[in-house]
Ligand binder design. Structure first.
Ligand SMILES: Cc1cc2nc3c(=O)[nH]c(=O)nc-3n(C[C@H](O)[C@H](O)[C@H](O)COP(=O)(O)OP(=O)(O)OC[C@H]3O[C@@H](n4cnc5c(N)ncnc54)[C@H](O)[C@@H]3O)c2cc1C
Length: 361
């Protein structure tokens, strides 16, 4: 039986993005906690796509996804790896669709939405405002368009997760292409580097890709999206508050993926919720995963030219479902062994040695 309002722990969440609203949508599942969202009107911000692999904890998001692909490719200048998944297709979900659904569920469950934190009556503050990004940190930065074409141009059954056949002069660079139909796609120029590029760089990369690789000369831009995601474990914005979402360590440093991990983090909050106690928030990645990610990031940062080889080798070594499980934080020891064996040995051993030296100094 749920507690009366006075018995519940009053939880205020700063921000109203993915983590805050995904949590608020599940308010009815928390018998002993009451939620207030401090909303700086994020829902009025632009739309974008969240990509993730279908996993058991993502049923609601999968149900309203815009498109799913059972086939995907990773392509380098000299190799094309195509994989098919049986159980874990890759999905694309519009941000507005997800946040709109979450907001409706939250309101129905009695969650309050305010513009500012009330001066009293809060027992716990969860902070979903983004963490600061220190200078020099590795970033995943991207800019892309949703486009339509006048003629058939895309294989709408196959998502292109990474295509490295593009200008590598500014860091690790690939094109991400989600074809919704034969005549419409999201196409993004994405870099892993420490410096964001000028707008014209991404734009030129997309235009060159479309004309040179896809064979599309004329297209119509229907939407633009861009983003900068830190590829690191960052300190949270305010150490005196409890961070959630990106500010609670949900971004997977090696991939920049966070949507799936945010939902995992909320599952953990739900499972660990106790009467009269503040909610407990944990980082949804293991220490082992974070250690391996730090080694991986060290290698690609020091030797960016290896990135196309590393990503294609990893995809080639795994089945489609294994690849999806790995990127969703579900790799067991056998899968980790396969991944380690797929990696070029010397750069990784050197990076492990360097991290060991850094730990000693
Ligand atoms: C364009 C883009 C595309 C992405 N694509 C993917 C993807 O395909 N797959 C994936 O897994 N991840 C993706 N990510 C990464 C990640 O999933 C998102 O960043 C996700 O939105 C993080 O959720 P969050 O709740 O932590 O932060 P946000 O959703 O960014 O929410 C933060 C909230 O804090 C509020 N806020 C900010 N500053 C203040 C302030 N000073 N005071 C009060 N409130 C404040 C904001 O308005 C917002 O409401 C993407 C990120 C971006 C930006």
């Amino acid at each position: 039986m749920s507690d009366s309002t006075e018995d519940r722990v009053a939880v205020t969440v700063l921000g109203a993005g993915c983590a805050a609203l995904s949590l608020a949508a599940r308010a009815a599942e928390f018998d002993s906690h009451d939620f207030t969202i401090i909303d700086p009107e994020t829902h009025k911000a632009g739309d974008h796509i969240w990509g993730f692999w279908a996993m058991p904890w993502l049923g609601e998001a999968s149900a309203i996804a815009r498109k799913k692909w059972f086939k995907w490719r990773i392509i380098s200048p000299d190799r094309m790896v195509e994989r098919t998944s049986e159980n874990h297709p890759y999905l694309a979900l519009n941000r507005h669709d997800w946040l709109g659904k979450c907001r409706k569920k939250a309101v129905a469950a009695g969650v309050r939405f305010l513009r500012e934190v009330a001066s009293s009556g809060t027992a716990q503050i969860l902070d979903s405002r983004p963490p600061p990004m220190p200078r020099g940190v590795m970033l995943q930065h991207f800019s892309g368009y949703e486009i339509t074409t006048d003629d058939d141009a895309f294989d709408s059954d196959t998502a292109i997760l990474m295509d490295f056949r593009c200008d590598q002069s500014r860091g690790i660079h690939f094109i991400y292409c989600l074809p919704f139909t034969a005549r419409s796609a999201l196409i993004e120029s994405t870099l892993f580097s420490t410096e964001v590029a000028p707008k014209s760089f991404y734009d030129m990369a997309i235009r060159r890709y479309l004309s040179g690789i896809v064979g599309v000369k004329t297209f119509h831009i229907t939407r633009h999206e861009q983003g900068v995601i830190p590829m690191a474990s960052l300190a949270q914005r305010d150490p005196s508050l409890t961070g959630i979402g990106a500010n609670g360590g949900a971004i997977r440093p090696s991939s920049g993926y966070a949507f799936s991990f945010i939902q995992k983090q909320i599952d953990q909050m739900k499972t660990s919720a106790r009467k009269h106690k503040p909610l407990w928030v944990s980082v949804p990645h293991s220490r082992f995963e974070l250690f391996m990610d730090s080694i991986f990031l060290r290698v690609i940062r020091d030797r960016p030219a290896l990135a196309p080889q590393i990503f294609t080798a990893m995809a080639a070594r795994l089945t489609g479902d294994e690849f999806a499980l790995f990127l969703s934080g579900e790799a067991g020891p056998r899968l980790w062994l396969k991944i380690v064996l797929a990696m070029p040995k010397w750069p990784f051993l050197f990076a492990v040695f360097q991290s060991d030296q850094a730990g000693k100094s």
